[in-house]
Design a protein. Structure first.
Length: 350
């Protein structure tokens, strides 16, 4: 499923209108966002999503953040260090400025009523519709094994994530629009078939910057090319020092021909509030060593306060898990209430 250009233009226009509505009436909106806790959060998460969450919450929007631990096993065999990853994510959220006293941060596996919504929701979509989802198609194309049932129904699980708390605003990039459309379809079909229970959540398009890994590939822990938010200054310096560049001393921004050099320029530019071309001109013939020093200093200076706050929070061993438990309690309360509405609408109250 792709988004036609005219449809995307309309979505962009509506998103701009929504942004104005959010600024004027933030109390009318509940945002559901989150990620799979497959590893430590990195610069891509920070600049791509976390800053937007902080901004929206600062406006007064009701912020819900799901750590989708069940979705970790959609495309892998084990959960890995999922508990550790959840704890580290919470520490980074709080250190980045998310008000954890107001935000609801919770995990998939701890909210049974959320997951129970999967059953009626699955009756509202066809197998063909699921196979057309971009994530499912990409996984099928890349995998050398058959799709698991959980991977195939991944878009429906996302719908349950958003709709259980009646989220009505979802920050997304253009690539995520087809996922949100599945949620909108499910909400609309449920309301038409059984009676109105769910809002049709709207997309708030975000201008997520393209943030490559240090080697120019997709930023990924598995590639060893991601600067984690939990890294120390020395660990950051060591990682950047190992980044491959090339023998040309003239620094230029050319992601295709010079991926390592260009990725370091992008990293530095994000942290310095500059642009790659300006930094490249400033470095001139300084070569890879000058570029790596620039990137190292930019990252370490930018995240110095974050790391200090994070260390302070991590000193309390009960902080992160206590916050998740409180978030799970609140999420369960809301999920049970929504499930009761669903049962009533479907006539399955006994």
């Amino acid at each position: 499923m792709t988004i036609p250009s005219d449809s995307f233009a309309a979505t962009r226009e509506r998103s701009d209108e929504l942004a104005a509505e959010v600024a004027a009436h933030p109390d009318r909106f509940r945002v559901l966002t989150g990620e799979r806790p497959t590893g430590r959060l990195h610069l891509g998460h920070y600049f791509g999503t976390i800053l937007e969450r902080v901004r929206l919450q600062g406006l007064g929007v009701d912020l819900w953040v799901i750590l989708a631990d069940y979705q970790v096993i959609t495309d892998r065999d084990t959960l890995g260090q999922v508990r550790e990853n959840v704890v580290n994510a919470v520490l980074d959220y709080a250190a980045a400025g998310i008000d954890t006293g107001r935000a609801t941060v919770f995990t998939h596996s701890a909210v049974p009523a959320l997951n129970q919504l999967m059953l009626p929701f699955l009756s509202l979509v066809t197998e063909a519709e699921l196979h057309r989802n971009p994530t499912v198609k990409a996984e099928l194309a890349a995998s050398e094994r058959a799709l698991s049932g959980l991977m195939l129904t991944y878009p429906v699980h996302q719908a349950a994530d958003i709709l259980f708390c009646k989220g009505n605003l979802v920050p997304v990039g253009k690539d995520q629009l087809p996922h949100l459309e599945v949620t909108r379809v499910i909400a609309r079909r449920f309301n038409e078939r059984f009676g109105r229970v769910f809002p049709e959540p709207q997309a708030l398009l975000t201008a997520t910057p393209g943030i490559p890994g240090l080697d120019g590939r997709k930023m990924s822990k598995s590639y060893g090319n991601a600067i984690s938010l939990s890294m120390t200054a020395d660990e950051t310096a060591a990682l950047i020092r190992r980044t491959p560049t090339d023998g040309d001393r003239r620094i230029t921004f050319d992601p295709d021909a010079r991926p390592g050099v260009s990725a370091l320029l992008t990293t530095a530019a994000l942290c310095l509030g500059s642009d790659e071309a300006t930094l490249a001109d400033k470095l001139g013939d300084g070569g890879g060593s000058a570029l790596k020093k620039l990137a190292t200093d930019a990252v370490n200076d930018f995240f110095a306060d974050h790391r200090a706050r994070r260390a302070e929070l991590a000193a309390d061993p009960d902080f992160a898990i206590g916050l998740v438990r409180e978030g799970n309690r609140h999420a369960n309360e809301i999920a049970e209430r929504t499930l009761d509405e669903v049962r009533s609408a479907m006539g399955t109250v006994y």
